[in-house]
Design a protein around this ligand. Structure first.
Ligand code: NAP
Length: 494
């Protein structure tokens, strides 16, 4: 039975509450009656409970989205934009509270959480405007008396699955373009970080979202994805998460030739040439690496530093890593919060043990912090002398570890940077235009930051080559991902 949502403290919305699924314009318990506790990784305490649904709820949500789509797609792009732009406005107004909830369920420092909320607000605003530019074309005819054109048509009902590392940003990159294009959507957040998406749904509703246009199902990943895959109402799956799960979805989506967007793993090279200032770049490297504890798909994770500046770079990076202030992300001045869960800590320890066993030197960190009785805190770590077969170089690490490698020739470092199945992001530091351009052309990655450690912005395309994914989010490409092209040919009367 649908019921009202319990009120939540406004300084951290949804914390301390029981929150439900949102289907067909109503907040509802899961059909199976299950609930799930949401844990704060800094304190290991339960901060809220959510309904935890499954296949039945997903079927209802898809049906609601299907029912809502004809009216939503018939609205003008201008009217749809009103909802998206109001969402952006409310997110900005409430950014402090939304950021606190995000910190409490995910762990990142509250300043990083606020930056995530504001980036997501920008994404809503930008797609509200870009929806007005879903242009077709008029194509010159070759046969006299014929006229050709294309129209853009929304793909249909979308199933959106997102991860826990940026729970608001990564769902916003799906919800905003899907709604702008005239699609309707069913969202599944990561089970450990549902509250931030619940808060976003509160705002979407207040911004005027018609019922059924966006639905929220928190619950079993296997049941929800099974329904997305098997139910023909769902015309597209947009997934952000691990490459392994992306491949499973890709195989299964073949049965209905379901449209797919996949934003998957990465293993970004960070390449420093000798003309760059090693001190400045090392400080930027430490900020980039330890943001969200390295649990970022575009986190730099292999640091190739030219042998002429490697010593200085490493010295500064070690000092900067040691100086980072570790603690509960809600406290002022904290720069690194807890890792997201115990499994992530264990995985980090395993990567370091493996590298050390193959000869790596731990210059700082390398262990769980012993300053905290509770919480998944790991000391920011710098490694060098790493064997090429160490797991930290061959598997996506998702960990607060900065491995320093050296190089001397441009072609060699391009080959080393490309020696991975991933191709999401890469970073190049050089003031030599020729070097920077050669690198940008030679590196196999969808996003390349030249002297820019934080390249993501709503108007530019985001996505990967090779096993890092399929398609692009953000930018005009991110809108196209929710549109089909219809070709229309007209034969005029003689
Ligand atoms: P994950 O295990 O693949 O989970 C991501 C989402 O998929 C969660 O909602 C999860 O649900 C769900 N899921 C798990 N198993 C599934 C299955 N068999 N079928 C359908 N859905 C399933 O990934 P993660 O460990 O949470 O996230 C980290 C990964 O995401 C990294 O590889 C990272 O690089 C990647 N990532 C990529 C981008 C990008 O833009 N390219 C951005 C961020 C993260 P439950 O939580 O309920 O298990």
């Amino acid at each position: 039975m649908p019921t009202a949502t319990a009120p939540a403290p406004s300084n951290a919305p949804s914390v301390g509450a029981y929150r439900q699924l949102h289907i067909d314009g109503q907040w509802r318990d899961a059909a199976n009656g299950k609930r799930l506790a949401v844990i704060n990784p800094a304190t290991e305490e339960t901060i809220a409970e959510v309904a935890f649904g499954g296949r039945e709820d997903t079927r209802r949500a898809l049906e609601a989205a299907h029912k809502a789509m004809p009216a939503w797609m018939k609205l003008t792009a201008w009217d749809r934009a009103k909802v998206l732009k109001k969402t952006a406005e409310l997110m900005r107004e409430r950014a402090d509270g939304l950021a606190r909830t995000l910190t409490m369920e995910q762990g990142k420092p509250v300043a990083e959480a606020k930056a995530e909320i504001l980036h997501s607000a920008d994404t809503f605003e930008w797609f509200g405007e870009e929806g007005k530019r879903a242009y077709g074309q008029v194509i010159p005819n070759s046969a006299a008396g014929k006229r050709h054109m294309t129209l853009k048509h929304p793909v249909g009902v979308v199933g959106a699955i997102g991860p826990w590392n940026f729970p608001v940003t990564l769902q916003s990159r799906k919800i905003a373009p899907a709604l702008a294009a005239g699609c309707t959507i069913v969202c599944k957040p990561a089970s450990q970080t549902p509250l931030s998406l619940v808060n976003l749904f509160d705002i979407l509703i207040e911004a005027g979202l018609p019922k059924g246009v966006a639905n929220l199902v928190i619950g079993s990943a296997s049941e929800i994805s099974e329904e997305f895959l098997k139910n023909p109402i769902c015309r597209k799956i947009s997934f952000t998460g691990s490459t392994e799960v992306g491949k499973q979805l890709m195989r299964a989506a073949a049965d209905q030739v379901k449209r797919l967007s996949l934003e998957l793993g990465g293993h970004a090279p960070f390449i420093v040439f000798p003309d760059a200032d090693p001190e400045v770049v090392a400080k930027a490297a430490v900020i980039g690496k330890f943001r969200n504890n390295g649990q970022v798909c575009i986190s730099p994770s292999r640091f190739f530093v030219h042998k002429d500046v490697e010593k200085k770079f490493t010295e500064v990076a070690v000092a900067a890593a040691k100086a980072l202030k570790l603690g509960n992300g809600l406290e002022p001045g904290i720069e690194v919060g807890p890792m997201f869960e115990k499994k992530a800590l264990d995985n980090t320890l395993d990567l370091i043990k493996d590298a050390a066993g193959k000869g790596a030197q731990v210059l700082t960190g390398g262990k769980r912090s012993d300053r905290f009785e509770k919480g998944y805190f790991f000391e920011p770590t710098v490694l060098k002398n790493i064997s090429p077969d160490a797991k930290i170089l061959t598997e996506e690490p998702f960990a607060p570890v900065l491995p320093v490698l050296d190089f001397s020739k441009l072609d060699d470092v391009i080959a080393a940077a490309n020696n991975t199945r991933y191709g999401l992001a890469a970073y190049v530091f050089s003031n030599d235009l020729t070097v920077a351009w050669r690198m940008a052309e030679g590196i196999e990655a969808g996003i390349i930051g030249v002297n820019d450690p934080v390249p993501a912005t709503p108007q530019c395309p985001f996505g990967g080559m090779k096993e890092s994914g399929l398609g692009r989010e953000l930018a005009h490409e991110g809108l196209e991902a929710y549109l089909e092209t219809k070709y229309i040919s007209i034969k005029l009367r003689d």
